[in-house]
Design a protein around this ligand. Structure first.
Ligand SMILES: [Zn+2]
Length: 157
């Protein structure tokens, strides 16, 4: 058994779509970024790569590489799963916390979890997604951006 942790944060940017866990979420702003800026997919990708001691998302999918401009981050997540599979590891489960003052993400956590389970190739009930606010504090509280934490458990086989 191997555990990995991931973290990501992005600034809000007007005129972009808000994509989290592969879901387009209605909001007045999206997230700034080179790819689709899906911070949920990014944090979980880092957790999976970290569990395998296989570097991080920036190593494998550099934002200086034009191939990853506006990339579908769920596809990057699937590539990370394939990479750890090639090293004899599979994802057992994952847990994700999204910290955002706005929008309210509670109505979207179920769809995010199902999409992440599909990307990871693990069964329903394997991925938890939780939405929190930052109680008005700091850059998240001020609505400058949001942050995501993720952990993933991998096992041989
Ligand atoms: Zn990111």
């Amino acid at each position: 058994m191997r555990v990995g942790i991931g973290y990501d944060s992005h600034r809000f940017a007007v005129g972009r779509k808000l994509i989290l866990g592969g879901q387009a979420i209605p909001h007045s702003a999206g997230l700034a970024g080179h790819s689709d800026a899906d911070a949920v997919a990014h944090a979980l990708t880092d957790a999976i790569l970290g569990a395998a001691a296989a570097g991080d998302i920036g190593t494998h999918f550099p934002d200086t590489d034009a191939r990853f401009t506006d990339a579908d981050s769920m596809d990057l997540l699937r590539r990370a799963v394939a990479l750890v599979r090639s090293r004899g590891l599979r994802v057992v489960n994952a847990d994700v916390t999204v910290i955002a003052e706005q929008p309210k993400l509670g109505p979207h956590v179920h769809a995010m979890a199902r999409a992440l389970e599909a990307a990871l190739g693990c069964g329903e009930g394997s991925v938890g997604v939780k939405a929190k606010t930052n109680e008005g504090m700091g850059f998240i509280g001020a609505g400058e951006g949001l942050a995501v934490m993720a952990v993933a458990l991998l096992e041989a086989g």
